[in-house]
Design a protein around this ligand. Structure first.
Ligand SMILES: Cc1cc2nc3c(=O)[nH]c(=O)nc-3n(C[C@H](O)[C@H](O)[C@H](O)COP(=O)(O)O)c2cc1C
Length: 208
């Protein structure tokens, strides 16, 4: 780890330097995975496509502080899957309104479907959530039926909802960089972390 300035700041009467801020970011993202009401549970993920940029809210499914990886699940028939297959660079955006902390991260994505990682993840998706991957029509397809017929687009094939298995995909992303912004009422702070292949980082304070 290389840090260009060892100065620390006081956060809730604890001294934080760049290294402990980086750790704190990961702890916040891990809490976001584990706690459905945590403000980091629903980040925004953005990607490029041929027309420009696309973004959407997702559920944060895993955060690994050692490997510097974040992941979310999706239906492989959705537009984003093909887009990320082509343009692997994605961005994450988190904001905790109570802590007044924003985290932005750039990452390279890898897509997993019907492999060991995806099978393991699918085994832990509860039957109710599996319905999200079992619509007869692909996500974003136009529904040409009356509102009463909406439910016909959803296949409830069997009790365990194995029908969604083939549509289930995991997007794993390895962070290239992460930027932290704290809107402290007295003074705003901002820091940047650039990761190497091993997950080590160089860190610097930025003008907010
Ligand atoms: C709170 C919330 C959580 C969501 N979680 C996911 C998710 O984990 N995966 C996903 O593919 N879409 C999720 N969505 C839906 C996406 O935001 C988006 O509408 C959908 O995936 C279609 O995106 P696309 O057209 O860019 O592929 C979520 C939406 C909301 C509002």
């Amino acid at each position: 780890m290389f840090i260009n300035n060892m100065e620390s700041i006081d956060i809730n009467e604890k001294q934080y330097n760049l290294s402990s801020i980086e750790k704190d970011c990961w702890q916040r993202m891990i809490n976001g995975v584990l706690q459905s009401r945590n403000q980091f549970h629903h980040p925004v993920v953005a990607n490029s496509n041929a027309k420009g940029v696309n973004m959407r809210t997702v559920v944060l499914r895993d955060a690994c502080a050692v490997e510097k990886k974040l992941r979310f699940y999706t239906d492989i028939r959705s537009g984003k899957w093909a887009e990320i297959q082509q343009y692997k660079a994605i961005s994450w955006l988190f904001y905790d309104n109570e802590a007044r902390i924003q985290i932005r991260a750039s990452a390279m994505a890898s897509l997993h479907q019907d492999d060991e990682l995806a099978n393991h993840a699918w085994a832990n998706v509860n039957p109710n959530s599996r319905k999200n991957y079992s619509s007869l029509l692909r996500p974003s397809a136009e529904i040409i039926v009356s509102p009463d017929g909406m439910q016909e687009t959803v296949a409830i094939a069997d009790q365990k909802n194995e029908a969604g298995r083939e549509n289930f995909g995991v997007v794993v992303s390895k962070l290239l960089s992460m930027e932290w912004l704290w809107l402290n009422p007295q003074c705003h702070y901002r820091a940047n972390f650039i990761y190497d292949e091993q997950g080590d980082f160089t860190a610097s304070w930025l003008v907010p």
